[in-house]
Design a protein around this ligand. Structure first.
Ligand SMILES: Cc1ncc(COP(=O)(O)O)c(C=O)c1O
Length: 305
């Protein structure tokens, strides 16, 4: 077995402690157990496999990507296995833990200044600027630009793997709930689930003041759900897949992050907590007892608090 065999096939965990007081059941895919510590390993692996297959990436060629840290960790470890150097372009608003991890995985890191965000709160403006820098570096180094926001491999990874794994482990899932960064996880997984069972409801999670997918506007681009909700509509986005939206605020996300570690024994990050609090809110608003599947996107070790 190689390191790459550790990507995909994460366990689906029944959140028994969190579900105890609810009418339905919440199940969560333990993406924080992927080798790079997040759901993004799936897309990173698919991007590199597809790029080799379609000839856009050669042995030894440098790979460049703008990342909030998680795609960078995935690409760094995958690229190293394939023998490609990797350059991560990252807003310096992302947590220092993320830089440490990228460093450990052997990435070259280029930090970009924040445009309108603040430390720990990376905005769409910060991301757009980092993408432009990543594009320039790709040109000047004749590198392959992974381009997660536009690369269809990100959706394919979840259509081919995350979705099938969910229905293999929970064939009678009623609802899928996930937050949206590039949209690869939500769109790819929802497309697969609906292709098998058109009755499954797919719900997107957004910060309440940056709910652009729901409302078309952003009141405040700053929120703690790093890696998601950049205040822009991602090119992968497909609103036909969405049954509804649930918005969450920073305080309830922080609280759920604590509960997940202290009650459920799962030390996960903010987007994972956002997904679980959104699942709880959804169940509380339903009369029927439903089975919800959501995503524990990354590890709590990636954050300062
Ligand atoms: C912590 C975290 N959660 C959620 C996501 C969202 O994943 P996707 O880009 O597939 O929408 C990301 C993406 O980088 C992330 O880093």
């Amino acid at each position: 077995m190689s390191t790459l065999n550790l990507i995909h096939n994460t366990p689906l965990i029944f959140l028994d402690k969190i579900s105890a007081t609810l009418s339905g059941k919440i199940y969560a895919k333990a993406e924080h157990l992927q080798p790079g510590g997040s759901v993004k390993d799936r897309a990173a692996y698919q991007i590199i496999l597809d790029a080799y297959e379609n000839g856009s990436l050669k042995k030894g060629q440098t790979v460049v990507e703008m990342t909030s840290g998680n795609m960078g960790a995935g690409l760094a470890l995958v690229c190293r296995q394939f023998g490609n150097p990797f350059v991560a372009v990252m807003s310096d608003g992302n947590s220092p833990e993320r830089r440490k991890i990228l460093n450990a995985f052997g990435a070259e890191i280029i930090l970009t200044k924040q445009v309108d965000g603040s430390p720990g709160m990376v905005t769409g403006g910060d991301i757009n600027y980092a993408v432009e820098v990543a594009k320039d570096i790709s040109h000047s180094r004749n590198a392959f630009h992974a381009d997660q926001f536009n690369n269809p491999s990100c959706v394919k990874a979840h259509f081919n793997h995350t979705g099938p794994e969910i229905l293999r482990d929970l064939p009678d899932a009623d609802v899928f709930i996930a937050s949206v960064g590039s949209g690869g996880t939500f769109v790819g997984t929802s497309k697969y689930l609906k292709s098998v069972n058109s009755g499954i409801k797919c719900i997107a999670v957004e910060p309440e003041k940056a709910a652009i997918l729901k409302t078309g506007k952003v009141d405040d681009p700053k929120h703690i759900i790093q890696g998601t909700a950049y205040g822009l509509i991602p090119p992968h986005w497909d609103e036909k897949l969405v049954h509804d939206f649930i918005t969450v605020c920073d305080e309830e996300v922080r609280e759920m992050k604590k509960r997940l570690s202290s009650d459920q024994g799962l030390y996960v990050g903010y987007s994972a907590a956002a997904n679980v609090i959104a699942s709880e809110k959804y169940l509380n608003a339903q009369e029927k007892s439903l089975k919800i599947v959501t995503i524990l996107c990354d590890s709590g070790y990636k954050y300062s608090d």
